[in-house]
Write a protein that binds this ligand. Sequence first.
Ligand SMILES: C[S@@+](CC[C@H](N)C(=O)[O-])C[C@H]1O[C@@H](n2cnc3c(N)ncnc32)[C@H](O)[C@@H]1O
Length: 228
Amino acid sequence: MIVCIGAGPGDLGYLTRRGGELVQQADVVAGFDAVVDLVRPLIRADAEVITMGYKDQTAKLADVAVHHHAGKRCVVVFMGDIHFSGFQYLERVEAACGHPVETLPGISSAQVLASRGKVCFDETTFVTFHRRGDLAPFQRHLVHVLQDGRNAIVIPRPWDFMPKDVAAYLLAQGVNPAHEVEVWERLTTAEATWRGTLAECTAEFSDMSILLIRSLVPMPSQLDDLPR
Ligand SMILES: C[S@@+](CC[C@H](N)C(=O)[O-])C[C@H]1O[C@@H](n2cnc3c(N)ncnc32)[C@H](O)[C@@H]1O
């Protein structure tokens, strides 16, 4: 009676058909204000909408759990895909319900960025800093990703580890300043893009931004049967 749904990166056209059906059928639709707003056109007029922010999320999710335990069809909507930078919120939903809950994948901002930047997942690692707690293991991992010659798709953390802080950290760790970087804001809605090198990445960006840090040298194709 409760499903967590990835709502996609912003434009409703990127919400999966199954996600849309579950929102339309729901008696209760819950989530952070901005994410609920994305799916609002699909919410039934008689459905209960429970929006929340960082401060009241525990109390609001407890209300959702009450509806769930009363047999109402509940959906909790997540930004992008739940499985990238969404698990801490999922933990909160499961803690409120007292058991594991079903998840429905959505299209992540990372997937849209991979498409805009034409990089494949095989050669790219996703790292998020948008999480509570110690960032140090994730920071070290990002250095290793770049040292391994892979691209990195990086979600910054508002507001203490934004793109300029990511770049400054990497430079301080001895990462080559010539890495090409792209910062994309508000993918699929009011998109804006910045391109430059790691050394040049010093500007301020909004909290709806995601970075692509390209490997210094693209991985060679291992196809040997194509005419060149
Ligand atoms: C908590 S993370 C959740 C990411 C989400 N689960 C996903 O798969 O895209 C939220 C951050 O993702 C990034 N983000 C999400 N949607 C975005 C979009 N449409 N354009 C750019 N960045 C986005 C922003 O950095 C935002 O602050």
